[in-house]
Design a protein around this ligand. Structure first.
Ligand SMILES: [Zn+2]
Length: 328
């Protein structure tokens, strides 16, 4: 694996190759994009490219030399990943990083550090990194990754070059999934669509068997809640709470629900819309369009969106679920 095979991120790829070729690699990066969009993959392969013993003409890693192989295995001091212990990344962890960064590597090797989900840095831990970002040793590269840059301190943001990671076009994601997993095309397309074009999430959905569970739950919310009474709604809260114990899983489920409710709204307003033609769940959307009507679907889309915002701001998962299910 190398930077060339980073999929769906043409902008990031161009930027890396340009900076490698010019020898102008930045000392602080902020990779911003959804979980599963290739941020860690890009960071690891950037570290490989910077340390490769026989890079390509473009500057990409060879993926075969001892350095490339050691970094891929995770056994090379040239590439270190810091992840939160519990919900936060603590100052002890950034202190250890700063101490390790001070150790000069052999020859002209570079040391690349990744801080995953940097929005989880405690204020002290973030402060502790500032000097390393401000006056890094020539061999040091710090990469912060996040899907939520707004919560990072401005002092950190201003010292990093931002690299956006975006969802990829769905057909491209589906094609890659077929190539990587050999899954049937229809299943790959479904996973691509439910992941919103985020390859890592699409792969995870397929391999974990969660694809069907999530899809089924999102669909039964649309169908079931159209005519549900209060007791049925309370039951549905339980089903969702069980599935969505983990905030991330719940966020994904709400994302699917938002997209289904939007499609049902589209069906209610423009039944002949091009985006709806040929969809296997056409009948389901038409049924929901009739059950809910335009005004209620509009409110449902808003509610699900607000619940997703709430989750991001640390609202209790159960409250977010009730906010949607008891009111759509
Ligand atoms: Zn190599």
């Amino acid at each position: 694996m190398s930077l060339s095979s980073l999929v769906g991120q043409p902008l990031a790829k161009r930027l890396f190759f340009k900076t490698i070729q010019r020898g102008a690699v930045s000392h602080g990066y902020l990779f911003v994009g959804p979980r599963g969009s290739g941020k860690l993959y890009a960071a690891r392969n950037l570290a490989k490219a910077l340390n490769c013993e026989s890079p390509s003409a473009e500057g990409d890693a060879c993926d075969r030399c001892p350095s490339c192989r050691a970094i891929e295995r995770g056994s090379d001091p040239a590439f270190r990943v810091v992840t939160g212990e519990g919900p936060r990344i603590k100052i002890e962890q950034t202190r250890a990083l700063v101490a390790d960064l001070a150790l000069r590597p052999d020859g002209d090797r570079r040391k690349v550090y990744v801080i995953r989900e940097a929005d989880r840095l405690t204020p002290n831990a973030a402060n502790n990194l500032l000097k390393a970002l401000e006056e890094p040793p020539s061999y040091g590269v710090l990469i912060l990754t996040t899907d939520n840059p707004a919560t990072l301190p401005g002092t950190v943001l201003s010292r990093c070059q931002t690299v956006p990671f975006k969802p990829a076009p769905l057909p491209e994601v589906a094609e890659i999934i077929v190539r990587l997993t050999g899954a049937p095309a229809e299943q790959a397309a479904q996973a691509a669509s439910m992941s919103g074009g985020v390859i890592g999430q699409a792969l995870e959905l397929l391999t974990s068997g969660r694809l069907n569970e999530r899809l089924e739950l999102a669909r039964s919310s649309l169908v079931g809640l159209g005519r549900a009474d209060v007791l049925e709604r309370v039951d549905f809260v339980e089903r969702m709470a069980q599935y969505g114990e983990d905030r991330e899983r719940l966020a994904e489920l709400l994302g699917d629900m938002a997209s289904l409710y939007r499609d049902a709204l589209l069906m209610a307003v423009h039944p002949e819309h091009r985006a709806l033609s040929g969809r296997p769940d056409r009948d389901l959307l038409a049924g929901a369009a009739a059950d809910y009507g335009v005004a209620r679907l509009t409110r449902a889309v808003e509610r699900v969106g607000r619940a997703m915002d709430g989750l991001r701001r640390n609202v209790q998962p159960r409250l977010a679920i009730e906010y949607v299910v008891l009111n759509v």
